[in-house]
Design a protein around this ligand. Structure first.
Ligand code: ATP
Ligand code: F1X
Length: 304
């Protein structure tokens, strides 16, 4: 089974506005509400790609209720822990450029974390566990590391998609896959990336620190996969950008939808890019037909 974990889910409130004028009342021309949070997006895209998963994490209040009902109606397995405070609402502004305002989200008391660990302890050999998104600032930065440690006696493939210290702390436990975007890679090493050579150099540093496979995503410029002793590049397909929120999450879902069936890292990378771009080209997350349409045009180039 694939388990996705979202410590801080969200309702994504998408507002389309021609031009934003700060300090004035702006009127949206269209709005869309979707469940959000990285792990939840991954579960939704996996479902679209006909792969079963269970969404774990913490929800609360009316927003949490909406989120759970939405996922249940879509036939996605959930096993959430309930908090008193409501799940956050993140605002995504679509204007000439995309702007996101992510809220803080509810605190998680210690006893709820203990409840969550009990669920993690039930995972079995061969399961995939995806630790995705921001962890509330009141929680320890080594939360994902602690979860890895709890799984260490079992053969569980762990994928980590988060940023900064929280990501770095997981590396020594050899995550199967991490997926920083270019900006996150720059932040980890406090550098400016100029070209693909830089991406390879710093991606390899993450491998030396323990990550087995690294996908560095670069939005419309494509993605680089660093796997065992090899490096590959894929150009992003061309299309009209509608909503890139969740495109990184879709990459992980695309990758896993293929990898769980084939164990072929390279072909799974093609699925990752196709799913990421299919999401970027649609207002919601990618559907199976949209991913398949892009797949044929995705050419892998070996760089090393
Ligand atoms: N403008 C675009 N055109 C084509 N493909 C895109 C575009 N933006 C994103 N993608 C696809 O989605 C993948 C992931 O994009 P990106 O690097 O923006 O991830 P991310 O920053 O993790 O996204 P998010 O945090 O919003 O989920 C890219 O590698 C590419 O395949
Ligand atoms: O605040 P985090 O957890 O880093 O990111 C949360 C979020 O921006 O990530 C998803 C897109 O990847 C959205 O659905 C959600 O609003």
């Amino acid at each position: 089974m694939i388990y996705t974990v979202t410590f801080n889910p969200a309702i994504d409130y998408n507002l389309e506005i021609d031009k934003i004028n700060f300090g004035e009342t702006n009127r949206a021309k269209d709005t869309y509400i979707y469940p959000g949070g990285k792990g939840i997006n991954i579960s939704r895209v996996l479902y679209n790609l006909e792969v079963e998963s269970t969404a774990l994490g913490f929800i609360g209040g009316f927003t949490g209720k909406y989120l759970e009902e939405y996922l249940k109606k879509s036939d996605i397995n959930t096993d959430f822990i309930y908090l008193d405070e409501p799940t956050r609402i993140n605002v995504k502004l679509k204007s000439e450029i995309e702007t996101e305002i992510n809220a803080i989200g509810p605190d998680i008391p210690d006893e709820k974390i203990e409840e969550f660990y009990k669920k993690i302890d039930k995972l079995k050999d061969g399961d995939f566990l995806i630790l995705a998104g921001n962890i509330q600032s009141s929680l320890r930065r080594d939360m994902y590391f602690t979860i890895q440690e709890r799984c260490s006696e079992k053969n569980i493939n762990i994928i980590v998609d988060t940023t900064g210290e929280s990501l770095e702390k997981t590396l020594s436990n050899n995550p199967f896959l991490i997926k920083p975007n270019k900006k996150e890679l720059e932040e980890i090493f406090n550098i400016e990336i100029k070209d693909n050579e830089d991406i390879i150099k710093y991606g390899q540093k993450l491998q030396r620190r323990g990550a087995e496979n690294v996908i560095v995503s670069m939005g419309g410029d494509g993605a680089i996969l660093l796997s065992e002793n090899e490096v590959h590049f894929v150009k992003s397909p061309k299309g009209i950008l509608k909503n890139s929120v969740g495109s990184g999450d879709s990459m992980i879902a695309g990758f896993l939808s293929s990898y769980t069936k084939t164990k072929d890292v390279l072909n799974s990378f093609r699925w990752a890019v196709a799913a990421g771009s299919a999401t970027a080209f649609s207002s919601d997350l990618a559907k199976k037909e949209e991913v398949e349409q892009l797949l044929d045009n995705i050419v892998i180039e070996r760089l090393k």
